[in-house]
Write a protein that binds this ligand. Structure first.
Ligand code: PD2
Ligand code: ZN
Length: 313
């Protein structure tokens, strides 16, 4: 999904004469705005209404304007994303289908886990060999028209495997789902991407946009995307890091290593801090395989599994 700022909504808050007197009285007695806000929250005011209400009196007073009378416009903050326990297991090792995968680093907000030894060098080479003849110029869905359009066709190419389409792919589907602590049937088909020199993936979200028709239809069939596991299939000579601009994190690709991150919780919220992108490859090429996990069994539509669901800004 393309990057959007969280929606801010402004509402009108009625001010009773007793509330007005209480605010003015406390301001004159030198009560701190933070304490007044807390008192209002204690009286069941929405936190952003309480902050906006007190703020409107403070800013009017500071500017020498008349204090608000009967009502005031207040900006409502969007509800904060609630972080839950990471779906990947705790500890230094993750055991998945007979493989021991080493945990290198973890971040909690957003949940990001760096993994070592998700795939062997031979498996990376085999996957590249299987994907190469099926690569097509990468496309994304234009949010304005709904059409598939080509992104920079010289610099990034991709293909999808059907879930469990052969024993090798089935083994990878099972292993990656086990690492993600989700049923294999909830996983989308593996996508292999190849970036040439200059190739990049602008920052975006992997979760689906419930406000777009295609996103809503896909969520209705298979649930929201809840997490991503990228495995780097080669050592990139220059650039090609996966970056998380909201947290200032940059992950260097190493063959066989995995990058897991999640962005949806049981409250159906999605995490705006999970924005991520692929930095330009400055030397050589970059190959990755991506597993996207759904909250329910993945039921593809005709276009899914063929083109993917990333949406261009
Ligand atoms: O190639 C990457 O590092 C990258 C960056 C952002 C991959 C994806 N997103 C993805 O596969 O979703
Ligand atoms: Zn992505």
């Amino acid at each position: 999904m393309h990057m959007t700022q969280p929606l801010h909504m402004s509402i009108t808050v009625e001010i009773s004469s007793s509330l007005r007197i209480w605010i003015i009285d406390n301001l004159e007695r030198g009560t701190s705005p933070a304490a007044m806000t807390e008192m209002l929250i204690g009286r069941k005011f929405e936190p952003s209404v309480a902050r906006g209400l007190i703020g409107s009196f403070l800013s009017a007073r500071a500017a020498g304007r008349a204090l608000p009378e009967a009502s005031v416009q207040v900006e409502m903050e969007p509800p904060r994303y609630v972080y839950e326990a990471a779906r990947v297991g705790p500890g230094h090792l993750i055991r998945a289908c007979g493989h021991e995968i080493r945990v290198l680093q973890r971040l909690q907000k957003p949940v990001i886990v760096m993994l070592q030894g998700v795939m062997s060098a031979a498996e990376c080479a085999q996957l590249i060999d299987m994907a190469r003849p099926r690569l097509r110029s990468s496309t994304v869905i234009d949010s304005a028209t709904g059409a598939n359009v080509t992104v920079d066709h010289r610099r990034s190419e991709g293909m999808f495997f059907r879930p469990s389409e052969n024993p090798f792919i089935a083994e990878l589907d099972n292993r990656l789902a086990a690492i993600m602590n989700s049923p294999t049937r909830n996983g989308e088909g593996l996508q292999v991407l190849r970036y040439g020199c200059g190739g990049q993936y602008p920052p975006h979200f992997d979760f689906l946009d419930p406000a777009s028709p295609l996103g809503a239809q896909s969520i209705a069939r298979s649930g929201q995307r809840i997490g991503t596991l990228i495995v780097y299939l080669n050592d990139v000579i220059g650039g090609g890091e996966t970056v998380f601009p909201e947290v200032g994190l940059s992950v260097v690709p190493h063959r066989g290593n995995g990058l897991y991150f999640e962005y949806a919780n049981s409250r159906k919220q999605v995490d705006p801090r999970s924005a991520h992108g692929g930095a330009p490859v400055t030397l050589g090429e970059k190959w990755i395989v991506t597993k996207w996990m759904r909250s329910q069994e993945f039921v593809p539509a005709a276009y899914e599994g063929a083109e993917g669901l990333a949406t261009r800004k």
